[in-house]
Structure formats: structure tokens, C-alpha cells
Design a binder for this molecule. Structure first.
Ligand code: AHM
Ligand code: MG
Length: 326
């Protein structure tokens, strides 16, 4: 094989994080370490996801496998792996996860960061071998270091995120993240166990031709959403809906498009969660030059009231999000 095709190009994620850390005066390296912890957890999930069909971990949680071990669904495994990596890393004092009803106090009162995460989004797609993802938001704690975790620590507006990103377990595994200075994407080379910078300074086109929405609930969409869908069809736009948020978002980020999960009869506040799904993707999208709203308001300005709060989500190319909103 041509050597230039076989050898990954670009800097490694580790080097990139280190280089960027030097851009911040007074940086302590804790955020950098936390990003590395997340990347490590991502590698572990990559391994599990790629073996899912072999390991009989797509099945129901609660059963036992032949070794008598508890058989776990992959989203539960991902949650455990991430929590372990974050705990061991030592930078985090609390975790909010889609998989856990309550705030997880990791008993590290000196940690300065809070992570909100969906460890494995789109997990209904696992059994049919469709792309899935991990979404994460990182906040600095607002309560004094050393003391107990407060509600203010975990219910911060998205605009307070110090970093956010996702891992996409697709045809390749990628990690895309921002620390508020643009968006960069890294592709995982499993043979080397490294992420390499493959998508530097990602910019989403201002306009696009892809719309992503589950039209099965069309009847219960608000009139402005129906009108927008009709307008997309009028213009012969492309309809693409994987049903896996990270994968749908990632495609639209690179190609230009809009993802909408609006209010429906079944989910009057939308389906997606503000704290660990929408905020992270909203920050990434804005940092790439796009937009994210609940149909009216900027996602990043919404004050969360509960951990698992849902919100309608319109995200993608700025002109499309403007047209689709109320
Ligand atoms: P999950 O967090 O339970 O996996 O649900 C979130 C997923 C998103 O990945 C996806 O965009 C959406 O739910 C699909 O929902 P629907 O099947 O209602 O279109
Ligand atoms: Mg989810």
C-alpha cells in the first residue's frame, strides 16, 4: 500500500491538547488532563462498541452471561467506564449522567470541574450496528473547592461551559471538541491507539440542503415546523435522519444542514436533554459558526431548572435555524 495512505497525518490529540494549554496564560493543566481522561474513556467505549455484536452486550440489562457475570447493556457499560476514567483522572468533583437520576458526587472535593454527559447516545441503534455517540459538557464548579457540591454547580447555563465535545463511533471513531476557541475533530487510529487531528478548525456552512427530523410525528408538529419542512421539500432538499443525534449532528456540521427535535404530542418539551445533549452540541455549533435554539431562544442562555430537563432543539446552519424557528 502507498505509505502516505497508510500513515496517519496530523498531530496527535495529546500533543494538540498540550499545545493549546500553552495558549492560556495561568493554565494549570487540569482541563487538559480532563480532556485526556475523556479521550481515554472514548477509546475504551470504541473497543466495546466494536465488539458489541460478539460480546452479547446488546441485550437486556440485568441478565447473567454464561460466566455468571452480570450482562450489561452497552450504555450502562459506557456509563461505568466514563465514570471510572473521570474518577481516576481526579479533576472532576461531580458528574451528571443521562444514566443516573441523581448528581454523582465522586468524592473528590478538590476537583474543580463538573462533567455532564450522555455516555452512549442513540443506544437503541446498537443492536442494528448504526453509529452512536458520547456527548460531554465541562463546567467549572462555582462553589468553593473542598466543600460540598451544590445545585448551582450542576445547573449552570450552557454559556458557562469551559469545554464540550462528542465522540462519534461511526465508520471511524472521532472526537470533536471545543474549549471556546473553535472546533477541532480527531480521528482514532485503532492500530496505534491514538486520535489524530483530521478536521482542524471546523466551520459549518451558513446555509445547507440537509434537514434532519423524525417526520413520523409530523401531525403533532407546530405550524411553523410543518411549514419549514414543506419549504425544504419545495426546494428539493435532502432528508437525512439516522436517529442518532451525534451522527446526524456531525454530518450536518460538516456538510451544512439542520437537525430539529421539536415539541410533539408525545414529547411536549422535545425529547432531548438540555444539560448533557443540547448544551454541548449548541456550543460546538456556535463555535463552528452555526446556531442552536429551542425554536426561539438561544440554547446556551437557558437556565436549567432540573438535571434531566428536556428542550426542543434546532441546531445547525445559521440561516436554516433562523428560518425554522418561530
Ligand atoms: P437516547 O438518549 O435515549 O438515546 O435518545 C436520544 C436519541 C437521539 O440520539 C436521537 O436523535 C433521538 O433520540 C431519536 O429520537 P426519535 O426516535 O424519537 O426520533
Ligand atoms: Mg441520549
Amino acid at each position: 500500500m502507498n505509505q502516505s495512505l497508510a500513515t496517519p497525518v496530523g498531530t496527535t490529540l495529546d500533543r494538540f491538547i498540550k499545545k493549546k494549554q500553552n495558549d492560556f496564560a495561568f493554565a494549570t493543566g487540569e482541563l487538559s488532563q480532563l480532556l485526556r481522561d475523556i479521550a481515554l474513556a472514548g477509546k475504551i467505549i470504541h473497543r466495546e462498541v466494536n465488539r458489541a455484536g460478539l460480546l452479547n452486550i446488546g441485550g437486556a440489562y440485568g441478565a447473567e452471561n454464561v460466566q455468571g457475570e452480570e450482562q450489561q447493556k452497552l450504555d450502562v457499560i459506557a456509563n461505568i467506564r466514563f465514570i471510572r476514567a473521570l474518577k481516576n483522572g481526579g479533576e472532576v468533583c461531580a458528574i451528571v449522567s443521562e444514566e443516573d437520576e441523581e448528581i454523582l458526587d465522586v468524592k473528590n472535593p478538590d476537583g474543580r470541574y463538573i462533567v455532564a454527559m450522555d455516555p452512549l447516545d442513540g443506544s437503541s441503534n446498537i443492536d442494528v450496528n448504526v453509529s452512536i455517540g458520547t456527548i460531554f459538557s465541562i463546567f467549572r464548579r462555582v462553589s468553593p473547592v473542598g466543600g460540598p457540591i451544590t445545585e448551582e454547580d450542576v445547573l449552570q447555563k450552557g454559556s458557562e461551559q469551559v469545554a464540550a465535545g462528542y465522540l462519534l463511533y461511526g465508520s471511524s471513531t472521532m472526537m470533536v471538541y471545543t474549549t471556546g476557541r473553535g472546533v477541532n475533530g480527531f480521528t482514532y487510529d485503532p492500530s496505534l491507539g491514538e486520535f489524530f487531528l483530521s478536521h482542524p478548525s471546523i466551520q459549518i456552512p451558513k446555509d445547507g440542503k440537509i434537514f434532519s427530523i423524525n417526520e413520523g410525528s409530523y401531525k403533532s408538529f407546530e405550524p411553523h415546523v410543518k411549514e419549514y419542512i414543506e419549504a425544504c421539500k419545495e426546494k428539493n432538499f435532502t432528508a437525512r435522519y439516522i436517529g442518532s443525534l451525534v451522527a446526524d449532528f456531525h454530518r450536518n456540521l460538516l456538510k451544512g444542514g439542520i437537525y430539529i427535535y421539536p415539541a410533539t404530542d408525545k414529547s411536549p418539551n422535545g425529547k432531548l436533554r438540555l444539560n448533557y445533549e443540547c448544551n454541548a452540541l449548541a456550543l460546538i455549533c456556535e463555535q463552528a459558526g452555526g446556531k442552536a435554539t429551542d425554536g426561539k431562544n438561544r440554547i446556551l442562555n437557558i437556565q436549567p431548572e432540573t438535571l434531566h430537563q428536556r428542550v426542543p432543539f434546532y441546531v445547525g446552519s445559521t440561516n436554516m435555524v433562523d428560518k425554522a424557528g418561530q
